[in-house]
Structure formats: C-alpha cells, structure tokens
Design a protein around this ligand. Structure first.
Ligand SMILES: [Zn+2]
Length: 492
C-alpha cells in the first residue's frame, strides 16, 4: 500500500517513496545515556519502531534503521563527573580519568536502555541495523567541522568552533522546520549550550574547547590546536551520513528536537557536505502524565522500570503508546493503562479462540469479508499511521463476529490478518493458547491414589475425606475411565 506521512518540512501529509529501490533508510535520534530513559523518551522510540514496522508491513519495504546513542554531551559529562557511583565498580574515583569514567558511565545506561527497548517489544538486533555511540565518530565529526569552516560557515573562537548562522542564512536558509524570526538575531552572538530556545537563535557551537579536566580529543584546525569535544548537533549530522549516506529517506525524533537540534543538523549537513540530510522529517508529539507535563517536581515522572516495579505489563505500556495518534499529545494515565490492558487482552482472547472454537458451520453468519477488514485497518495505518482509526475498525468487528461463529476458512484468514497486524503492534501472541503446565504436588497425587483405592473397596467416607483434603490444597479430582484426573481448582 502507498504510505502517506506528515512531513514537518513541507508541513503536510505527503506520499512517501524510498529514494532507491525498495529500501528505506531511516535515522532516529536516540537517547542521551546519562540516566534511565523516562516514558516520554520511550514514546519517541516506540513511534520510530511503529513507523519502521509499518513501512515493512504496510509499505512492503525493507528498512535500514539507525538509532544513535549520545554518549558525549553536556549531561553525560556533568553526571559522569559527579563521582563514582557504588553500583559502577569499573569507574574510577572522581578526577582520576574522566574519559574512562564517561565511557563506563554511559555504557551502563546504554545497556539499561537496550533492555528497556527489548521489554517494550523493539527487536533491537533484528530491526535496528546499528546503534552507534557518538564517541566512535569523533574523527568524521572533526572532518565535517573542517569542511564547514573551509566553506566559510563556521569560525574558531577561543578554541571552540561556532556555526555562522547569519552567513548561512544569507547563502541558504536557516529555519526550514520552524519559521525563525530574525529580528532579534545578532550576528556574532554565540551560544555554547546544546539545548536552547527559538528566541535564542545565535551562532551555535560545533566543537567546544576543553574545559578544566573534562574528557577531550585533540583537534587541529587551520594549524591551531583546539582540544575539546563535539557539540550535540554535529554528532547526528556525522553518524547519519556515515551509516546511511546522504540524502537518506526519513529522519525521526520528538517534536522538541525540531529546534534547535534538527534545524542545526540540516544547516551543518548542507553547509559541510553540500547535501540536505533528508526530505522527510517525522516528529512525534509529547507525552503527559495524568494531564500534566511530566516533571520530577510534579512527582509524575516515570521511567519504564518505575512502571514495571508497580507490576504493569510492558506490552500494555507499548499498546497504550501506540494506540494514540503519534501527532497528538498522549495523556498517560494509570486508568488508561488499565483499560488498554483489557482491550489488549480482549484481542488476545479472540485470537486464541480462533484456534480453538469448533466450526459450527450451520450457525455461522455466512461469509465474513476479512479482506475488507484488512483493507480498512491497513488503509488507516497507511494514512499517516492513524492507529486510533485502525483500531476503531477492529473492535466493532470483534463484537459483531464472535470467533466461535466463524467458518473455518474465515478463522484462518483472520489469523493471517492478526499475524500481519501484530508485525506492527507486536503486543499479541498469534499462536495457540499455551497449555498451562501445572505442578501437582506429590502429596496431592498420593491422596488421589489413596482415594481411588478407597473407592475400589467401597469405603466412601474415606474417599470423601481424601477428596476434601485435595480440594483444601487447591485441586480437584475427577474419576476417569483409567483412574483419575487432577486439575487445579478454579475460583469462580
Ligand atoms: Zn539527533
């Protein structure tokens, strides 16, 4: 099916086609590994996963998906220098070797992030082609910075390198993703922070001069020694080019990354490589918790592990995040999590019943057009990934056509449909209901044997007493042709 997506660059829903053949090259801004990712971050990564799965399943494309890991920036430097946390034995004491500390600190959170992705159903090794660490790309970053300086769009100031926004705007256009008001722009005003607001438009940093005993790399530019480390934005410009080539097909990220991160990425790539990184930018909206912006001070700040510790199923969390439209603010509530869990379970039960229920052809409601359901559901997903509308076709269908009343061939087609749908949502088990393996305690077996003997000698009082003992242990015993059957007592 033809996929249509909202493109932040054109500001409309555009038909999507890969640049070359049937392979989509897609880049997602990954996490900054200085702490456990919170569920707002996770929404962004789940959106990217939902997009790449839709491209494969609905679009029929192959996807080469890259997600970077930011292991060097203001935050990782700041927090890895605070001191050696006791849970990180391989880290040295504060001040011994900042580079070793930084790498050990970020490796710890990288591993934690991968685990979080996996529990949320993101098949990291199968679906993500590479998750590069920024610190492995310092040399190509320096080469790109050198290109930008050489092309006249960056300059060195006190050992740091800054992007010359005024010169670039005169030559090309700064402000492609968001309209920039240049009235307040003052040429030569510089900003060193990785994150800043739109009204702070100024020359941004590509390379930061070494400060105190921060981790640093040597860098010689125009014969001048500039030891230091990269700014955040240059990292993505470099990794996406090295791993995907330019231009590539789709760039994703949260809406908060449109400015300055993505705007700066476009400027750097075009000024240094002479090519726009991509023509397709897809951004997902924020997540709120219980109707409010998530913040530590509002006590509505959750990491995935916070929710798992409270006993929530990660697949319910995934389904909640994916069932809303990615371009709408998602209000994450515990009541919503509970009800989406029930909805997920309802579909799961239906799938199990498709495998189980006997074909009562005479009562069947005739032929059900499974292809029509499939076209409706995937048609919505093909139209800017409209998950709420897609699910809006599914649930009424489940009500109208109970699994038990369907003809066998309809059930088989439906199982095929669910397999395809699950290639995108990845929250169900498409196989038959797993057989519950119950451990029957040895003493229960022993009592059941004794009960059978008692019945054989017609000592019914003893047999009943043993039955009561078995029930008290939580099991039932039934007479069977060849002896007895024990089952777990089911609470009504
Ligand atoms: Zn990025």
């Amino acid at each position: 099916m033809q996929i249509r997506l909202y493109n932040s660059l054109s500001r409309r829903v555009d038909a999507f086609e890969p640049l070359e053949g049937d392979e989509v090259r897609m880049y997602s801004c990954g996490p900054t590994v200085y702490s456990y990712a919170h569920i707002g971050n996770m929404r962004s990564f789940l959106f990217a996963d939902f997009l790449q799965r839709s491209l494969r399943t609905v679009g029929g494309y192959r996807v080469r998906w890259i997600m970077n890991i930011t292991d060097i920036d203001d935050k990782t430097i700041r927090d890895s220098a605070i001191g050696a946390p006791t849970w990180l034995p391989e880290m040295g004491d504060q001040g011994t070797d900042r580079m070793d500390n930084l790498l050990a600190f970020t490796a710890f959170y990288r591993t934690a992030f991968l685990k979080d992705l996996q529990s949320l159903g993101v098949a990291t090794s199968d679906d993500i082609a590479a998750m590069p660490n920024a610190t492995d790309y310092i040399l190509p970053m320096q080469q790109l910075i050198g290109n930008i300086v050489q092309n006249g769009f960056a300059y060195v100031q006190e050992g740091s390198v800054y992007f010359n926004v005024g010169a670039w705007h005169r030559s090309d256009r700064y402000g492609r993703l968001l309209n920039i008001d240049f009235d307040n722009f003052r040429a030569g005003v510089r900003i060193d922070a990785d994150e800043y607001e739109r009204d702070q438009v100024s020359d941004f940093v590509l390379w930061k001069a070494r400060k105190d005993d921060e981790p640093y790399w040597e860098f010689e530019i125009n014969g001048q020694q500039c030891p230091g480390r990269p700014g955040w934005h240059i990292e993505c410009s470099t990794m996406e080019r090295d791993l995907l080539g330019l231009p590539f097909d789709i760039h994703t990220g949260g809406v908060d990354l449109r400015f300055p991160h993505h705007e700066d990425e476009i400027a750097q790539s075009k000024a240094g490589y002479g090519v726009d990184p991509t023509a397709f930018w897809c951004h997902n909206e924020f997540l709120e918790v219980e109707g409010a912006k998530m913040s530590k001070s509002a006590k509505n700040f959750y990491t995935l592990r916070d929710l798992l510790e409270r006993g929530h199923d990660p697949l319910d969390i995934r389904f909640l995040m994916l069932s809303g439209h990615y371009r709408s603010v998602l209000n994450f509530t515990f009541a919503g999590l509970k009800s989406i869990g029930k909805a997920r379970q309802r579909v799961q039960e239906y799938i199990y019943k498709l495998h189980e229920s006997p074909d009562n052809g005479s009562e069947a409601r005739g032929e059900v057009d499974i292809q029509a359901l499939e076209n409706a559901v995937f048609g919505e997903l093909a139209t800017d990934l409209n998950a709420p509308k897609a699910l809006g076709h599914l649930f009424p269908f489940l009500n109208e056509y109970p699994a038990a009343g369907l003809k066998e061939h309809c059930k088989q087609e439906l199982i095929g449909f669910f397999r395809k749908l699950n290639a995108i949502f990845a929250v169900w088990d498409i196989a038959e209901r797993p057989v519950e393996t119950i451990e029957i305690p040895a003493e229960v077996r022993q009592w059941a044997g004794q009960r059978l003997e008692a019945r054989k000698r017609k000592d019914f009082a003893a047999a009943d007493a043993l039955r009561n003992k078995i029930q008290a242990a939580g099991f039932t015993v039934k007479d069977a042709a060849d002896g007895y059957q024990i089952a777990r007592l089911v609470e009504q």
